[in-house]
Design a protein around this ligand. Structure first.
Ligand code: NAD
Length: 267
């Protein structure tokens, strides 16, 4: 019987595979039989990786050079790399949004029919409905520099830049998936709650420890997620088991988003 969760015969590209969620995903894809794994990262990965392309996702020339080096067809693109707000507005919006979009546009023609793109967004982007008009206006700016200039020129919109970057990704998934599925390619994201990875030190500085502790407390399971709690949902979204899922931002947050939407988190 076919194993819908298997990665046997699949060629995968992963950004941000050196540490945290991406490193856990690389290990899991290895266990799931991935045929070929290419990792794009600013740091070299230490786990499973067949081709490493050193890439600075804040630099469009570096992204284009990586796109040119990636060989063969691609079954799954995981656009996972991300930075926190203390990287600054330009870098945060470049790595978290503009790079994901540039990779998508640069690689989508090489993604096989039935293939898929999965982003690591965040439940920090759940507030998108209040800013959907501005986000839509921004996402219509195709040029890299003009996109980042818009972000710098609208501090009233982009004031919480990490959350805004993830709002943009949730909206991007819903919009981009509409056209991609017509070419047989699914587009989705997963949206974790706080995860204990190297990025957490930056979140504690930019969001404050109280906010992180509050979010973990609302989950009710008594602990913060670790990378191996999150990687399986990425692997699922990229697998054939998710073949009918498209345009979805999947919360992987132990109920935090539900508790916030219903108000139970504040009761
Ligand atoms: N940790 C959390 O609490 C949390 C929660 C929700 C979503 N996320 C998202 O999960 C994703 C993975 O983050 P993580 O928590 O595993 O953190 P992490 O810092 O462990 O991993 C980020 C990876 O991205 C790479 N990277 C950073 N800047 C880069 C650049 N300019 N060019 C190329 N690679 C770069 C890093 O080297 C690293 O391998 C991010 O998109 C993050 O926003 C994290």
């Amino acid at each position: 019987m076919t194993n819908l969760f298997s990665y046997a015969g699949k060629r995968v590209v992963l950004t941000g595979g050196a540490t945290g969620i991406g490193a856990a995903l690389a290990e899991l894809l290895d266990e799931l039989g991935v045929e070929h794994l290419t990792i794009l990262d600013i740091k070299a990965p230490s786990g499973r990786c067949d081709t490493f392309i050193e890439t600075n996702l804040a630099d469009p020339a570096s992204i284009d050079a990586a796109i040119a080096q990636i060989e063969g067809p691609i079954d799954v693109l995981f656009s996972n790399a991300g930075v926190a707000a203390n990287a600054g507005v330009r870098t945060c919006m470049a790595v978290n949004v503009a790079a994901s979009r540039r990779l998508t546009d640069g690689l989508i023609d090489r993604i096989t029919k039935g293939g898929t793109i999965v982003y690591t967004a965040s439940m920090a982007g759940n507030g998108w409905p209040a800013q959907v008009a501005e986000i839509t206006e921004l996402l219509e700016i195709a040029d890299w520099d003009a996109f980042l200039d818009w972000c710098e020129a609208h501090p009233e919109v982009v004031n919480d830049v990490y959350a805004f970057s993830k709002m943009c990704m949730q909206v991007y998934v819903m919009r981009r998936s509409y056209s991609s599925i017509r070419n047989g390619i699914r587009i989705n994201s997963i949206c974790p709650a706080p995860v204990d990875t190297p990025l957490m030190a930056d979140f504690k500085v930019s969001m404050g420890e109280d906010a992180i502790n509050w979010a973990v407390g609302v989950q009710g399971n008594g602990r913060m997620a670790v990378a191996t709690d999150i990687a399986p949902s990425l692997a699922f979204m990229g697998s054939d088991a998710a073949a009918f899922i498209n345009g979805e931002n999947l919360h992987v947050d132990s109920g935090l988003s539900s508790a916030m939407v219903t108000g139970l988190a504040f009761s």
